[in-house]
Design a protein around this ligand. Sequence first.
Ligand SMILES: O=C(O)C1=C[C@@H](OP(=O)(O)O)[C@@H](O)[C@H](O)C1
Ligand SMILES: C=C(OP(=O)(O)O)C(=O)O
Length: 409
Amino acid sequence: MKLQLSSPSDNKIQNAIAITGSKSETNRSLLLQALFPNIKIENLSNSDDGEVMQKGLAKSTGEVDIHHAGTAMRFLTGYFASQEGKQVILTGSQRMQERPIKVLVEALQSLGADIQYEKEAGYPPLKISGKKLEKSKVPLPANISSQYISALLLIAPSLENGLELELIGKITSVPYIKMTLALLEQLGVQTSFEGNSIKVSPKKAVGDTTLVVESDWSSASYFYSIVAMCEIGAEIQLSSYKQSSLQGDSILAEIYKDFGVETTFANNTILLEKISEVSSNHLEYDLSNAPDIAQTIAVSCLGMGIGCHLTGLHTLPIKETDRLAALQTELGKFGATVDIDSESLTLQPQSTLKSEVAVDTYNDHRMAMAFGPLALKADFVVNDAEVVSKSYPDFWKDLKTLGFGIEEL
Ligand SMILES: O=C(O)C1=C[C@@H](OP(=O)(O)O)[C@@H](O)[C@H](O)C1
Ligand SMILES: C=C(OP(=O)(O)O)C(=O)O
């Protein structure tokens, strides 16, 4: 689906949008529910990634295809490896077969798991024969993806002796690890995270517990970007959010102050208001704790004519696409000067945007959604716009509600 985007006729936007549950919290909660059936979940994500996770958990044999969902791939690897009697081939999209999983597979194998590579060593698809995992202590590199660590932590309470992880190297995407531990704590599981050591105690059963998923902060980022690019006075209300979030991307409320956006929490909603001009014409952020908002911030800067230097982006090349390369190409189509290296991106300030651009999305929902707000500044086309369903199926509908022109070509 190819969409022609254009600016709302009145760019003093004032609207309210309800966003569904965080895909990260959803996929953790679903796995925990499979281990502890007394759990109820509220405000589930309506994303493709949530759906493939649910379908995957319902299977015991045969092929499980998780498409593009990194969390489902990693979390289900841990789940099936530890489920005696279940035997599956866990696979995903072509891109998923290029996203590394060796660190997790080797950690599980050293705990006693039976996992084999179906094609290329180190990558999905995997043949997993579930077994009782006897061991409870394992070292693993922590600088590639936190999802490997969360995958182990999620099954940890179901192991006879719990689990002790020794994290090697600089720990990346730390808030996602803390989110996993916080959810375990909500179930009454004892955990500790000190230095490079994480410990989780075993738990045989969990009583009736409801996990209420907070709405998705990464999805909220696109509305921060919209409000930032609007005139002073614009406001958007988003639900349902909490001031003490488990999601690291809630750092948006701090970051977008620099873009003149104020966040007010009230009754499970956040109100984003444009209250001032941007604070500087060059902004710098280390996003190693919030990698999913890098694309949003880069596009906000392009739209506002300011430069930025974003660091801590070493995980971006192994996400849905190589996001550093994709950003350089797509920002460049609007005339931007962008330098990248293996972990950073630098954008030069730019006052006018080139016209007649078609943005490619590389099977990456965040490429489509990060560029969406730029329609406030220039009309352009988005190719394969349906990719948004990976995390936010209603994205284009919600942009239409704000008055954006969204026409299928
Ligand atoms: O655990 C999670 O839910 C996630 C962890 C992050 O991945 P990395 O740890 O690979 O950076 C993030 O990018 C992804 O969207 C979701
Ligand atoms: C990186 C992402 O997802 P995943 O790794 O779960 O596929 C994302 O949603 O930005």
